[in-house]
Design a protein around this ligand. Structure first.
Ligand code: WAQ
Ligand code: MG
Length: 262
């Protein structure tokens, strides 16, 4: 599924825009030198569009990636499961995740946390909960922030094919592509069993579960329109230490470079 390769140097490009210390928008890519200027400029444009006159601070950080650390993996295959309402959708999510070796109590704990606001004060977290697949214990070092999955992108050569694939899947929204790239990396990290995600956007009601075995399974109506609660749970097995898994999720660059299923 995953191997080391020699590729021309890639750069991690990260943008973060804020106002009064509050996050406005962010983006990140892994690109070759020849595309750096275009990608940074597109990020700047996007932040200006989103932030308008509220935009106070914008940073773009560019860092070369050590080719020896780069991992390559495949895109998870996508399918969509309909559900009539949130209770039915959650039941389906729990059934799927419990079906691949996560203790049902651990999944239910994650679901309750996401529905109630996973941070200590009932707010949404910036990152993901890390949950022991057997005991259900929360393992993320900072329960306010959670663990941010970063350092991943599509290899430029398959971007158009992935876009076309998502149109065929009736899911052309750019946020699906972003989530699918994140989920493809998370699923490839050793020690990760499954991921569960609900958007924190009030009117985006589709969520997903992801894993190497399940693929990327979109679940409709995971929450009612208008509900601002969202979150992510990443279930880990005890074989790899949590610190190692977290380090890989946050720091190891992954390039999604294949669509094995198409
Ligand atoms: N790493 C870990 N957790 C994150 C990250 C990240 N990079 N970004 C967001 N989160 C957590 C955080 O708790 C958010 O509140 C929550 O996930 C949801 O983030 O196929 O839009 O960016 O139609 O709102 C799924 C698409 C969209 C489903 C998910 O998530 C589909 C989405 P959001
Ligand atoms: Mg959001």
């Amino acid at each position: 599924m995953e191997d080391r390769v020699d590729t021309p140097v890639l750069y991690s490009v990260r943008m973060h825009a804020s106002t009064g210390g509050r996050h406005l928008c962010g983006a990140e890519r892994l690109v070759g030198a020849e595309r750096l200027a275009a990608v940074a400029s597109a990020m700047l444009g996007r932040a200006i569009d989103r932030g308008g006159h509220r935009l106070e601070d914008l940073r773009i950080h560019v860092a070369a990636i050590d080719p020896a650390r780069l991992r390559r993996t495949g895109l998870l295959p996508v399918r969509t499961v309909p559900a009539e309402n949130p209770p039915a959708a959650w039941q389906e999510a729990i059934r799927l995740v419990a079906g691949i070796g996560v203790a049902e109590a651990a999944v239910r704990g994650a679901v309750e946390a996401i529905r109630g606001g996973a941070g200590p004060n009932g707010a949404n977290m910036r990152g993901a909960m890390i949950i022991d697949a057997v005991t259900g214990a929360r393992l993320e070092p900072d329960p306010n922030r959670g663990v941010r999955v970063t350092q991943m992108d599509l290899e430029e050569g398959i971007r158009a094919a992935v876009q076309e694939y998502l149109v065929q899947c009736s899911a052309p929204h750019p946020r699906v592509m972003e989530a699918l790239i994140l989920a493809s990396k998370a699923a490839a990290v050793e020690g990760v069993v499954a991921e569960l995600c609900v958007s924190d956007d009030r009117d985006y009601t589709t969520g997903y579960v992801g894993s190497r075995d399940l693929g990327y399974v979109r679940i409709l109506n995971l929450k009612a329109p208008g509900d601002p609660r969202g979150g992510r749970a990443i279930f880990v097995n005890g074989i790899v230490s949590p610190a190692t898994v977290i380090e890989a999720l946050e720091e190891t660059p992954y390039l999604v470079c294949r669509m094995d299923h198409v």
